[in-house]
Design a protein around this ligand. Structure first.
Ligand SMILES: NC(=O)c1ccc[n+]([C@@H]2O[C@H](COP(=O)([O-])OP(=O)(O)OC[C@H]3O[C@@H](n4cnc5c(N)ncnc54)[C@H](OP(=O)(O)O)[C@@H]3O)[C@@H](O)[C@H]2O)c1
Length: 250
């Protein structure tokens, strides 16, 4: 509601590229942004999901099938966005996976995937868009870290490590480009989404049995935070937003 009334002016016609837009937090935010008059470029790997979203969202949206762990795909994403809409105002590096496990389970291939998607994906996004934004003299880069990027606990070491890395990368970026480019890092707590669908660890699955009833936010809560950051006046740079559902202690 807040944003329907007050954010429209600063969102309308902005060209916003979202990675991880095929489900969860990214998809919910894309839908809200379209309603506020943005032009939205959806990126993820599942083409069927993206196609259905563009059909639903209309002419102000396109999708670009993108694997953020592939540098060429991310470069292509930014090129396609500029080609369709003329420029890019905002890139939100949101794609991420969370196949968590304990170290003694040795699920090294899953560690590699988290590093490639959660860290390198963010770096490739920054690399693809930053020279363009600096030349244009404006722009906004966001990334999704996690409360796991502020605190860790047993069983989330590698995921948490990737999200600490996102925090370090984004804070350094902010310091380097603070004269010209807005930089925002979002730190969500537990949120409804498909995250964790790829967990294979027996230890974590046993643990999740106990966590089933943990409090979770709707994706909309994160969408509102992202819209708050994007809709600020030109001289306001919202750097960090941390959100947890009431009842989440960690
Ligand atoms: N839900 C939570 O509790 C929570 C809490 C803190 C932080 N987060 C962070 O929020 C972000 C969004 O997650 P979510 O909760 O919305 O989960 P989700 O529903 O699983 O969404 C993850 C998105 O990332 C995309 N993705 C995964 N690998 C990709 C790749 N290689 N290339 C491009 N896109 C890829 C997925 O699309 P495809 O599979 O189609 O590629 C999907 O659109 C993640 O960075 C996650 O770590 C979530």
């Amino acid at each position: 509601m807040y944003c329907k009334k007050q954010c429209n002016g600063n969102i309308k016609n902005k060209v916003i590229v979202i990675t991880g837009a095929s489900s969860g937090i990214g998809a919910a935010t894309a839908r809200k942004l379209i309603q506020l008059g943005a032009k939205v470029v959806l990126a993820a790997r599942r083409e069927d999901q993206l196609q259905a979203m563009v059909k639903e969202m209309g002419d102000n949206s396109i999708y670009v099938k993108t694997d953020v762990s592939k540098r060429a795909d991310v470069d292509n994403l930014i090129r396609q966005a500029i080609s369709r809409f003329g420029h890019v105002d905002v890139l939100w590096n949101n794609a991420g996976i969370m196949p968590i496990s304990f170290f003694d389970e040795g699920l090294v291939e899953e560690w590699d995937k988290m590093i490639d998607i959660n860290i390198k994906g963010v770096l490739y996004g920054i690399n693809a868009v930053l020279p363009y934004m600096l030349e244009r003299g404006q722009g906004h880069i966001l990334a999704t870290s996690s409360v796991g990027g502020l605190k860790t606990s047993p069983g989330i070491g590698v995921y948490s490590g990737t999200k600490f890395a996102v925090r370090a990368i984004m804070e350094t970026l902010r310091e380097e480009v603070a004269q010209t480019i807005k930089v925002t890092t979002i730190y969500p707590g537990a949120t409804q989404s498909e995250l964790g669908h790829d967990i294979t660890s027996p230890k974590i699955k046993a643990l999740y049995g106990n966590l089933k009833n943990m409090p979770k936010m709707d994706e909309e809560a994160i969408a509102n935070a992202v819209i708050y950051a994007i809709s600020q006046p030109g001289n306001i740079n919202v750097n960090e937003v941390v959100l947890r559902p009431l009842g989440q202690t960690r």
